[in-house]
Write a protein that binds this ligand. Structure first.
Ligand code: NAD
Ligand code: G6P
Ligand code: MN
Length: 447
């Protein structure tokens, strides 16, 4: 079996430890020769790099660990790149979330004006990253998680239309499947095959088939969710704001039981209630800065001080948990590498998958992932309501990308106006003008 060379771009991300543990668990079927952490923040990278070396010394001593800000060193002869960068960092995320709130509008990392702000920042860095990777590794699989993944996916599809080895992925569908599995009595989420359609952070589960019986579990799930509530599979470890987010599924399902909605639809379908739940002074970014970011880097420093992870219960505990994100990233790469054609919900160019929707939309559907890339489900025609919602959201995504490429103030304003979280053109303009000031140096200069 060929041993693989892997790179994590955004290697100092808070998600890196979870991915490393996912890699260690899969070392037999997804064997690694070299793991490179690439990041532009040298201070964080040094801590994460030292931590990674110690962790690998303890659990997979044959894996070479390199941490670097040098592109050639990072991307030369690499087989898989996992991309998880955050242009502007968590402090800019906080501003993305705070500014819309001033105008009575949803402030969120990937949805509404916050997602627009972040999207316009991510596009340039992601295009540059893909070009740099391709310079040194033409064949590498680029598995991208960088948010807002919906916007990044459309931008990368426009910039690299013929590149068949870029895949944009979100972990929320798997997190939702894990949650369904727990609600159904702690069954294994891998024993279910989902049917799903939509855009990223804008989709619905239509059927969930029990692999053993062939039954559709959605009717039972709807009943359980309406009777007992909805919560993440790992609710004991989640911050309170995520529990509120999951409970929004109950509110949406009560109003429209057609399909099982993604949690992210709360920002578009019940924005007033969702807005009322948002903390106007302390947004999710601050929770992450004080929570996950601090936890991860405290752990890195502790491991570096000890020189080993063997005596640290906190590290051992991580191996017993299921980290949806880390596990998914590694298993997706494994499914491609071993040509397993396992089902995952990922983003692909529509091209007729949803018959009555623009061909160039990046839709999120279940695909079988193998060595030749995703083989998508064919969805066929969708009904008027879902088609209308998706077309409006896709128009927002497309206008955002056009605003970026054409440096167009008007297209940016149109993008925000058509977004369901805003609607009012005058409010859209006020938010846009604030975001332009915030993003000076990050965004193209809109004319
Ligand atoms: P983070 O800020 O902790 O990590 C991002 C890292 O990227 C930082 O270390 C930063 O220095 C680095 N970085 C920024 N710009 C870079 C560039 N141009 N080149 C290389 N490195 C760069 O953020 P996080 O909370 O750990 O999230 C990381 C990313 O993963 C975000 O984009 C987040 O939205 C995304 N994410 C996506 C999903 C999904 O469902 N698709 C799930 C989880 C996280
Ligand atoms: C889910 C989404 C990701 C998003 C993350 C935010 O996993 O699918 O796209 O990045 O939530 O989580 P956070 O803990 O940073 O708010
Ligand atoms: Mn996501």
């Amino acid at each position: 079996m060929k041993k693989l060379d892997i790179c994590i771009a955004g290697g100092a991300s808070t998600y890196t430890p979870g991915i490393l543990i996912g890699l260690i668990k899969k070392m037999k079927s997804f064997p690694i020769n070299k793991l490179v952490l690439y990041d532009i923040d040298e201070e964080k990278l040094s801590l994460m790099g030292q931590y990674s070396k110690i962790l690998m010394k303890d659990f997979a001593p044959n894996v070479e660990i390199i941490y670097t800000s040098n592109k050639e060193e990072a991307f030369k002869n690499i087989d898989y790149v996992f991309c998880q960068i955050r242009t502007g960092g968590l402090l800019m995320r906080e501003q993305d979330e705070l500014i819309p709130l001033k105008y009575g509008v949803i402030g969120q990392e990937t949805c509404g004006p916050g997602g627009f702000s972040y999207g316009m920042r991510s596009i340039r860095d992601m295009i540059e990253l893909v070009k740099d990777i391709r310079k040194y590794s033409n064949e590498a699989w680029i598995l991208n998680y960088t948010n807002p993944a919906a916007i990044v996916a459309v931008a990368l599809d426009r910039e690299f239309p013929d590149d068949k080895r870029i895949l944009n992925i979100c972990d929320q569908p798997i997190s939702l499947l894990m949650s369904y599995a727990r609600i159904l009595g702690n069954i294994n989420y891998k024993d279910m095959t989902p049917h799903y359609f939509g855009l990223n952070h804008f989709g619905w589960f239509t059927k969930i088939i029990d692999n053993h019986t062939g039954d559709d579990l959605v009717p039972k799930l709807k009943q359980l969710i309406l009777e007992e509530g909805f919560y993440p599979a790992n609710k004991e470890e989640r911050d309170p704001s995520w529990l509120v987010t999951y409970s929004a599924v109950v509110d949406m399902l009560k109003l429209d039981p057609t399909y099982l909605p993604s949690t992210y639809l709360q920002y578009y379908l019940i924005p007033q209630k969702t807005f009322s739940h948002l903390n106007k002074e302390r947004t999710r970014a601050r929770e992450v800065i004080d929570g996950r970011l601090k936890r991860v880097y405290d752990e890195c420093k502790l491991v570096i001080k000890e020189g080993t992870t063997k005596k640290l219960k906190s590290v051992q505990d991580e191996f017993n948990k299921v980290d949806a994100h880390g596990e998914m990233i590694v298993e997706i790469a494994e499914s491609i590498y071993l040509d397993q054609k396992r089902p995952y919900i990922v983003m692909v160019r529509n091209n007729g998958i949803i018959d009555n929707l623009n061909k160039d939309a990046m839709v999120e559907v279940k695909c079988l992932l193998g060595a030749n890339g995703p083989i998508p489900d064919i969805i066929g025609e969708i009904g008027t309501y879902h088609k209308g919602l998706i077309e409006q959201q896709y128009a927002y995504e497309k206008l955002t990308i056009e605003a970026y490429y054409e440096e167009s103030y008007l297209k940016a304003l149109q993008a925000l106006t058509i977004n369901r979280t805003i609607v009012d053109q005058e409010v859209a303009k006020k938010i846009l003008d604030d975001l332009i000031v915030l993003n000076k140096g990050y965004w193209p200069r809109l004319k």
